[in-house]
Design a protein around this ligand. Structure first.
Ligand code: FDA
Length: 533
């Protein structure tokens, strides 16, 4: 009866959504009614609600699913997707989801490696920030207010419109959402010079479980600390960040040198382990490894590529490399000069494309839009030749034909920022991070388990050679293998298993912050910070 009473007041779109469901009471229907009644302007909110009967539901849901493993017919789907265009829409959604027992999953760019921003095993609503993506650059004061639903490409593009010598310490793949990127730390081309994304945020706009809109001052330093690296989806919804813009030279240089194992690559990696973390802060050296068929005898070999961006010209780079890493034999032909913004195109394999491509949030980057499993490790002591050979042998397995392993050098400013400056704890003492990526194509998705098992075997093989007590991992490279909450009854003891790997000793402070801001644990997922009991 309640429904009939209110139906006269409802805007047509909400009414249609409600009528398309059976008339018996359901949290879903009650949620929609609540949204409509709770909203000051019910027409505006009805334009940003997508139920399963809406013809745009699938395209909105799939628009930013980056890991296609979580886009199958048996992947649990949200009852409703809300794409707020006003802060009051967030407030109404949080209020109504709490009232009617629905979980919220917040999505900015949809790059979560385990799909936690759009998949849940309980009835849930996705809040997608696609309409919350303005970027306001103040080049004079070197800051920018960026709404959390913007992708990094939009941020880079808007900065470049104002200045070619300012940048943000963002990630490489430009379709990553600013919301999730900074929430989990944020690691990119500039991180050895300027730190993580979270190190470069000076204010935020945030909505909590009670619908309060907070900024740095009103949320207090503890919560402001927690949201800059403590992992997305735990504390509330970040609406916007105020970013520090950092100086970059007019010309930067990218280089890449590839050598097969037959061309002495193993010795180069052994040397790289000692040298890379001590190279100038203006570089981000890494080694990317994958298997290829050898041109010599057609058998498999490994092709490591040694590369880096350098904040400067070729003429400045060459003497540094000749002095510090002569064994690599870097030559002018291996190097390409460009502007900072062009380096983003370069690393996304979009050279010669117009800059406007960075505004295209649905574009599939070379490594996006696939089926994949990711893992990460931190290395504190150089790995021996024997251990490396074991890794190469696994990279030659049949399941690894599309796998990539990357060693990413640490050092630089990461050695000088204290471990507790933000929740991201992987600072001094790390030689490099390892990124394991095994991916496959749609036609082979029936065999997904064999690829996932391969990743687990390699991870297990690497145990003696990487960080211990805890075995550290990067929060933004989400990996549910390292531990997961019981979604209904998250406990400190259970969460500590994965939490210490991502956050080390910062985990306890994150729990304290969570206990204050969301004691009933409304914002939760398989790896969210639990409140203390
Ligand atoms: P998504 O929307 O999926 O959110 C990720 C998590 O944050 C979820 O838990 C979500 O609920 C939460 N969240 C999202 N928006 C929020 C908000 N506004 N408020 C609160 N919580 C929010 N990382 C890196 O550091 N450097 C890199 O170069 C790359 N490269 C890369 C390439 C590709 C192809 C992928 C798929 C991923 C990466 N990553 C990465 C990892 C990436 O940084 C990580 O997945 C981020 O969490 C993605 O943020 P999105 O907003 O895109 O994800």
């Amino acid at each position: 009866m309640k429904f009939l009473q209110f139906s006269m007041l409802l805007p047509p779109l909400v009414l249609a959504a409600l009528l398309s469901f059976p008339m018996r009471a359901s949290p879903h229907k009650d949620f929609l009614l609540c949204l409509s009644l709770r909203s000051n302007d019910s027409t505006s909110i009805s334009n940003v609600i997508y139920t399963r009967n809406n013809s745009s539901y699938s395209s909105v849901l799939e628009s930013t699913i980056r890991n296609l493993r979580f886009n199958s017919t048996d992947t649990p789907k949200p009852l409703v997707i809300v794409t707020p265009s006003r802060t009051s829409h967030f407030q109404a959604t949080i209020y109504c989801a709490r009232k009617h027992g629905l979980q919220i999953r917040t999505r900015s760019g949809g790059h979560d490696y385990e799909g936690l921003s759009y998949v849940a095993k309980v009835p849930f609503v996705v809040v997608d920030l696609v309409n919350f993506r303005s970027v306001d650059v103040d080049a004079e004061n070197r800051v920018a207010w960026v709404q959390a639903g913007a992708i990094l490409g939009e941020v880079y593009y808007r900065i470049a419109e104002k200045s070619r010598t300012l940048a943000f310490a963002g990630g490489i793949y430009y379709t990553i959402g600013v919301g999730g990127y900074i929430s989990g730390g944020g690691f990119g081309l500039l991180f050895r010079k300027y730190g993580t994304g979270g190190d470069n945020v000076i204010d935020a706009q945030f909505i909590d479980v009670n619908g309060r809109i907070l900024n740095r001052k009103s949320m207090g330093e503890d919560l402001f600390w927690a949201i800059r690296g403590g992992g997305g989806g735990s504390f509330g919804i970040v609406l916007a960040w105020k970013l520090i813009l950092v100086p970059v030279p007019a010309t930067v240089t990218a280089f890449s040198v590839s050598r097969t194992l037959e061309q002495n690559a193993t010795q180069l990696i052994l040397q790289w382990q000692d040298i890379a973390h001590q190279l100038p802060d203006e570089m981000n050296p890494d080694v990317t490894m994958f298997s290829i068929n050898s041109t010599q005898d057609g058998r498999k070999t490994i092709l490591p590529s040694f590369s880096s961006l350098f904040l400067g010209t070729i003429d400045e780079l060459l003497p540094i490399m000749q002095q510090r890493f002569p064994q690599l034999g870097l030559s002018r032909q291996d190097c390409t000069e460009m502007s900072w913004i062009e380096s983003i195109l370069y690393y996304n394999q979009l050279q010669n494309q117009p800059l406007e491509i960075l505004l295209n949030r649905t574009f599939q980057t070379p490594v996006g839009g696939q089926y994949f499993k990711i893992k990460s490790d931190y290395v504190k002591e150089p790995i021996s030749e024997t251990a490396l050979n074991g890794l190469f042998s696994r990279l030659s397995d049949e399941e690894a034909s599309s796998a990539i392993i990357i060693f990413m050098a640490y050092g630089g400013i990461m050695d000088r920022i204290p471990e507790d400056a933000t929740p991201f704890p992987h600072r001094a003492g790390n030689l490099y991070k390892i990124y394991y990526n095994v991916n496959w194509q749609e036609q082979d998705n029936v065999n997904s388990q064999k690829y996932i098992d391969w990743a687990r075997r390699v991870y297990s093989y690497m145990t003696p050679f990487v960080s211990k007590f805890p075995r550290e991992a990067y929060a933004n490279y989400r990996d549910l293998d390292i531990g997961s909450n019981n979604v209904k009854y998250a406990s400190y003891a259970q969460a500590k298993i994965w939490g210490r790997k991502y956050f080390k000793n910062n985990f306890n402070r994150l729990v304290q912050v969570k206990t204050k801001i969301d004691p009933e644990n409304f914002f939760k997922h398989e790896q969210s910070i639990p409140p203390s009991l």
